[in-house]
Design a protein around this ligand. Structure first.
Ligand SMILES: Cc1cc2nc3c(=O)[nH]c(=O)nc-3n(C[C@H](O)[C@H](O)[C@H](O)COP(=O)(O)OP(=O)(O)OC[C@H]3O[C@@H](n4cnc5c(N)ncnc54)[C@H](O)[C@@H]3O)c2cc1C
Length: 434
């Protein structure tokens, strides 16, 4: 079968490799860089900066307790150059990985002629039997005077130095992550939220913990209306806040190339059925461009569901339990999905002392885990964990729940000590006595 895939981010690239391996003729088209936003602008950039941030905060703590005799100064341009060089190296590796499966990789901006069933790139036509749209998303620029002049996540590698003051607009994960990053590098940070900071967590105690223990030099302004964004400030209904302005106001789907061909919702997300098929039976879509929960693993899953259905292996996406993490000095991990509920008793377990947290125990910064458990059935209905290892513990926990394990089934679950261990064993006691 002739399959054309547009967009070589997490959704498109894995789908392309799978289909090529199964013997199909696959053309993968990418206008910018292989790896998509994840490698080139988003996840990997946040990951790289977060490592720097954690190193700096640890250095301050180690200085306090006599491990080192000075705190480091950073060279921002050298850091951003190294991130770029690293991305370049990874791009080379994953290009090789992709084409080695037999995928034809084409660089250029694609457009679609659905009547002729061809994709056009650099004046060349690529006929398709089935087309998969994985064009991802771009920064959402809010309708505020001057917003187009503000920075977005696409610009953080272009800065020449760490801003003395930075004003971040938005109350979600990206706002929190960049606040953590820039504050640890020395910026005074203001976060401006239209409603509530980290509403996604739906947990005021977690919000309070993050602000007081994990973000330094950061002021949160909630329920604020912005009137204007200037080159050096944000004008709000409470006054003007000065600083370099960074928008963290979400993303918008890159669906223009098919907007007259397939049905989209009012935000521009491509509408798909359970098989990732659009209103045109020969066109499928996956990843950020269909909206919903936006993450690399979800995009990959959707890409795989789409391609499997395209090649006749009927399958559907599983949105029941999806682990998410906000990368801060400790990972803040939480669950989204159709099976998450607040039914039951919520117990709070203290974070253990271990790698990443031992040296913060005397500062009462060990994090915590909250589990919501139905005490009659022992079913775990929700988890929120602020611990160094929560980004690893949560996915395994989900796997265990999906395999049918309950809150009292962890006696034979052996972990490594010290690491994530202890938490789930303690659940039994906390749910009864505390
Ligand atoms: C700041 C930030 C941090 C994030 N951190 C994380 C994280 O830590 N973990 C996580 O799981 N998720 C994270 N995400 C979300 C994650 O990056 C996305 O969900 C994921 O990249 C979506 O994958 P995708 O393949 O759907 O789209 P994308 O990664 O956006 O890739 C789409 C590709 O399509 C290409 N394209 C678009 N139009 C065309 C065209 N006409 N012709 C050819 N090519 C085209 C684009 O150039 C792009 O390369 C983060 C997002 C942001 C904004």
């Amino acid at each position: 079968m002739n399959i054309v895939i547009i967009g070589a981010g997490p959704a498109g690239r894995f789908a392309a490799m799978y289909a090529a391996e199964k013997g199909n003729d696959v053309t993968l088209i990418e206008e910018r860089f292989i790896g998509g936003k994840c490698l080139n602008q988003a996840c990997m950039v946040v990951c790289a900066f977060s490592d720097v941030s954690r190193h700096l905060l640890d250095a301050e703590n180690f200085y306090d307790i006599g491990v080192i005799d000075s705190v480091p100064n950073i060279d921002y341009t050298k850091i951003t150059k190294t991130i770029r060089d690293t991305q370049k190296k990874i791009r080379k590796i994953i290009t090789q990985e992709t084409v080695s499966t037999g995928v034809e990789f084409i660089q250029g901006t694609a457009s679609v002629d659905a009547d002729e069933k061809v994709v056009i790139v650099n004046d060349e036509e690529y006929p398709y039997d089935k087309l998969l749209i994985c064009t991802g998303s771009s920064p959402n620029i809010p309708n505020i005077r001057g917003a187009e002049n503000a920075l977005t996540y696409r610009d953080t590698l272009k800065l020449k130095e760490v801003p003395e003051k930075i004003v971040i607009i938005g109350g979600g994960s990206t706002a929190a992550e960049y606040a953590g990053i820039f504050s640890s590098m020395g910026s005074q940070v203001d976060i401006i939220c239209r409603t509530q900071f980290l509403k996604i967590l739906d947990d005021p105690e977690a919000e309070e913990y993050i602000v007081s223990k994990l973000l330094k030099n950061t002021m949160i302004h909630e329920n604020v209306n912005i009137q204007e964004i200037t080159d050096t400030s944000v004008v709000t209904n409470y006054g003007e806040i000065e600083g370099t302005v960074l928008l963290a106001t979400g993303v918008t789907p890159n669906s223009e190339i098919v907007k007259d061909i397939v049905d989209c919702d009012e935000r521009g997300n491509i509408l798909v059925n359970d098989y990732m098929q659009t209103s045109n039976e020969d066109i499928y879509a996956a990843g950020d461009v269909i909206g919903g929960i936006l993450s690399t693993p979800v995009s990959r899953m959707e890409g795989m569901v789409a391609i499997k259905n395209i090649i006749g292996q009927e399958t559907r996406a599983d949105y029941s339990l999806i682990p998410m993490t906000i990368t801060l000095p400790y990972d803040v991990s939480y669950l989204l999905g159709t099976d998450v509920s607040d039914e039951g008793k919520t117990i709070k377990l203290p974070g253990a002392a271990g790698p990443g947290s031992f040296w913060y125990t005397l500062k009462s910064r060990n994090g915590f885990t909250k589990e919501t458990i139905n005490l009659e059935t022992n079913e775990i209905n929700n988890i929120l964990a602020i611990t160094p290892s929560s980004n690893i513990a949560l996915p395994y926990m989900i796997k265990s729940i999906k395999d049918g394990n309950k809150a009292n089934d962890f006696d034979n679950f052996l972990e490594i000590h010290p690491s994530t261990d202890g938490i789930f064993k303690l659940t039994e006691y906390y749910k009864r006595y505390l």
